[in-house]
Design a protein around this ligand. Structure first.
Ligand code: NDP
Length: 330
């Protein structure tokens, strides 16, 4: 059926300014790391992307090697753009990244100019677009000087293939250094994409949020639901069809009793707030305005709907935050 975007798609979502840039992002963005490979039905993928856009999630986050196989998520999103979203291209913020292993040999991985710029060209081809909105260096690469990575990101913008640049998973000091290098080049660092959740608070304790505020870049946290652990779905065992049942990315250690006990404690607080644990986990990760957005995954439409309803209750009392601190931590 042809897609007609919901007329009320901007009524419910909240948008935050990304650092000191002029770009606003929805507080919840859709990530395509999982659920967008060739092992999932295209119809299910289409339903998730359409619903996300209808809910005001204007930002779609990809990377060169999201799949399986590598590249498949970009290809699927490119198909959806062509069939459904092309008339809305100027309402979308599409990001992609390069840095993790993508193709064989020394140039298929890392943060060198060679890898970043070749990979960006490949991503544009799979997505079927002339430019992406945000291009990231996906991870620190100790084998490449920060100056080279910064120059490659600057080049991506100057060549018209990206509007903005970001970095992911760099530590606070390297992030500050890259922000300064990029500013000197005239291409300000837009955003940092770190892991952040009630079970992983390094951005608070290692100073990344402070550096973001000082340098003026935004922060978009990934895995705020700890890949599903913070939805409470694993409290009664591993449900059929869940990520832990089908994928190696949730290790057995993550489902061990000490973690489950903390999740049970958090779940009880969420219930008292009249929210699901997923909703509270998202609201909590958005409580600091230095966090621009969270990039969340969904394997079905109902999850997205539940998660976006987190926006109905974003506030926390000091007592609630203190109680959460008793269970939340690395
Ligand atoms: P999340 O913590 O958002 O987990 C999403 C998964 O949790 C879903 O796929 C689903 O899994 C489950 N889930 C979500 N909502 C619900 C719900 N309401 N009820 C029950 N289960 C739910 O993180 P992801 O690991 O998916 O990562 C999100 C995005 O972050 C990625 O797509 C990617 O864009 C980005 N990312 C970036 C990284 C980087 O290095 N920069 C690294 C990792 C992720 P299921 O139903 O299958 O159990």
């Amino acid at each position: 059926m042809p897609y007609l975007a919901a007329a009320d798609r901007y009524d419910r979502m909240t948008y935050r300014r990304t650092g000191r840039s002029g770009l606003k992002l929805p507080v919840l963005s859709l990530g395509l790391w999982q659920n967008f490979g060739e092992d999932r039905s295209f119809d299910a993928q289409r339903a998730i992307v359409r619903r996300a856009f209808d809910l005001g999630m204007t930002h779609f986050d990809l990377a060169n090697n999201y799949g399986p196989p590598y590249g498949a998520a970009e290809t699927a999103f490119g198909r959806l753009l062509a069939s459904d979203l092309a008339p809305h291209r100027d309402e979308l913020v599409i990001s992609t990244k390069a840095g993790w292993d993508m193709w064989p040999g020394p140039y298929g991985v890392g943060a060198s100019r060679k890898h970043l710029l070749s990979s960006l060209d490949q991503s544009l081809g799979r997505l079927g677009v002339d430019y992406v909105d945000i291009f990231y260096s996906h991870r620190p690469d100790p084998g490449t000087p920060l100056e080279e990575t910064a120059a490659a990101l600057d080049r991506a913008v100057r060549s018209g293939k990206a509007l903005y640049v970001g970095i992911s998973s760099y530590g606070a000091d390297a992030s500050r250094a890259l922000a300064e290098l990029l500013r000197e080049l005239g291409t300000p660092l837009l955003i940092h994409q770190p892991s952040y959740s009630m079970l992983n608070r390094w951005v608070e304790t290692e100073g990344l949020l402070d550096v973001a505020a000082e340098e003026g870049f935004g922060v978009i946290g990934f895995t705020a639901l700890a890949q599903g652990l913070l939805t409470g779905k694993y409290l009664g065992g591993v449900p059929e069809g869940s990520r832990a049942s089908s994928d190696g990315s949730i290790g057995a250690g993550m489902l061990a009793e000490p973690t489950l006990a903390r999740i049970r404690g958090l779940d009880a607080i969420a219930r008292r707030r009249g929210q699901t644990l997923a909703q509270m986990a998202l609201a909590w990760a958005l409580r600091d305005e230095r966090v621009t957005s969270l990039v969340i995954g969904a394997s079905r439409v109902a999850q997205l709907e539940e998660n976006v309803a987190a926006l109905d209750r974003l506030d926390f009392s000091a007592e609630e935050l203190a109680e959460i601190d008793g269970f939340a931590g690395d």
